[in-house]
Design a protein around this ligand. Structure first.
Ligand SMILES: [Zn+2]
Length: 390
């Protein structure tokens, strides 16, 4: 069931002078008088890992003055967090996190590609471009690493139970889940049932500590219905589309936990959603103009479950969706899905290492030209976005 205002009002009741946060039975567990809102937001901020000023927009001018870097350029004084989606460093890990495409190319040879590889390269190049113009950039993970600073395999081979204990201490999981995770023996299950969500929390925590003006969560999409056949192969197709997500659109049962209700109130009263939307619209337009991948059509949007059942459209190709990273980050954030990796032409392009990029540190990166084009497209979108926060 799609969250709409009706559902929200079952958990959050708004009156002209008070916000009521309700439990599952509809009983009030917290009342926030509207004239107390700045104080309450301040309290939420103090009890969370990191919380911005009461009004995110105020951040811009204040921190622009505080954090001018030595290089002066278009992005001087601007902090951008780049979040390369997923963490696989091997084909096995990519299969465990279910973020890969395996398909036969035009010569009938089976090819395997995985998303975490491309998201990191996109972020790394973009980081370079922004830093050359004086911007301050953080990446949530390094090459082939997870956000914990080690590979997922190193994490499994090490003292992974420590992370499970830490998650309990930080109240990211409850005691029952803590116990059930500790009992797991199978590495794949530990990755799927714990590490994926845990690593996401760590990403969000790092981003919140950085207090970025904008976060780009970088992803590459796959057609929703394209699950591997009995030989483990995906099919290739000729339908392509782009989309950009912003926070919001809580679905059924997603406003039951106090932490989720706090996120909801926070997002609605600090300008986080509207600032995210400004960036999202610029990026979607730039993707369709520059990468030549149009926004998802109305017929595809009504067919794709994650759009029809879990998202609310803002404008063409731009959707509110309650994805974990979008919910946990307290600053303007967009999640980018510029094209489908299982589109026949894109799949072909992603296998070519036909472009070379030389970084600021003189490292040579060989990568598909399509990934370089994507990084350049995002850079141009950022230049336009920068104008909106002057
Ligand atoms: Zn992804």
């Amino acid at each position: 069931m799609l969250l709409d205002e009706t559902y929200a009002t079952q958990r959050i009741r708004l009156t002209p002078d008070t916000i009521f946060l309700l439990d599952k039975q509809g009983k009030v567990w917290e009342k926030i008088p509207c004239n107390q809102l700045p104080v309450v937001l301040q309290q939420i901020r103090l009890t969370s890992a990191s919380w911005p000023l009461d009004n995110v927009a105020d951040l811009y001018e204040k921190q622009y003055q505080e954090h001018k870097s030595e290089v002066s350029g278009i992005f001087t004084g601007v902090r951008i967090a780049l979040d390369p989606g997923h963490f696989a460093h091997t084909s096995q890990m990519a299969q465990w996190e279910k973020k890969y495409v395996r398909a036969k190319d035009s010569l009938g040879v089976v090819q395997f590609i995985f998303e975490a590889n491309y998201t990191w390269k996109t972020a790394r190049i973009l980081q370079d471009m922004i830093e050359r113009e004086g911007g301050n950039v953080m990446l949530t993970r390094g090459f082939q690493l997870s956000a914990l600073g080690i590979t997922a395999t190193e994490w499994l081979d090490g003292d992974w139970r420590k992370s499970v204990d830490e998650a309990l201490q930080k109240k990211w999981i409850d005691a029952d889940i803590h116990q059930s995770i500790l009992k797991l023996k199978d590495s794949k299950q530990i990755i799927r049932n714990f590490f994926r969500a845990h690593e996401m929390q760590v990403r969000a925590e790092q981003i919140n500590q950085f207090q970025p003006h904008l976060t780009l969560s970088i992803h590459y999409n796959v057609e929703e219905t394209n699950v591997p056949d009995k030989n483990g192969h995906h099919w290739l197709h000729n339908n392509n589309y782009s989309m950009v997500f912003v926070p919001g659109a809580y679905a059924k049962d997603e406003l039951d936990k106090p932490a989720d209700q706090r996120s909801f109130v926070y997002q609605n009263f600090t300008g986080q959603i509207s600032l995210s939307l400004i960036a999202a619209r610029i990026f979607e337009k730039m993707i369709s103009d520059s990468l030549r991948v149009g926004p998802v059509s109305l017929s595809d949007a009504s067919r794709l479950k994650y759009l029809s059942d879990y998202s609310i459209a803002d404008s063409t190709g731009v959707y509110h969706r309650n994805l974990a990273i979008l919910r946990m980050v307290r600053y303007p954030i967009i999640l980018l899905e510029p094209f489908l990796q299982d589109h026949a032409e894109e799949f072909y392009r992603l296998q070519q290492l036909n472009c070379r990029y030389i970084t600021k540190q003189n490292d040579t990166l060989w990568l598909p030209c399509r990934i370089l084009e994507t990084a350049q497209t995002y850079y141009h979108a950022l230049v336009l976005w920068r104008e909106t926060i002057r």
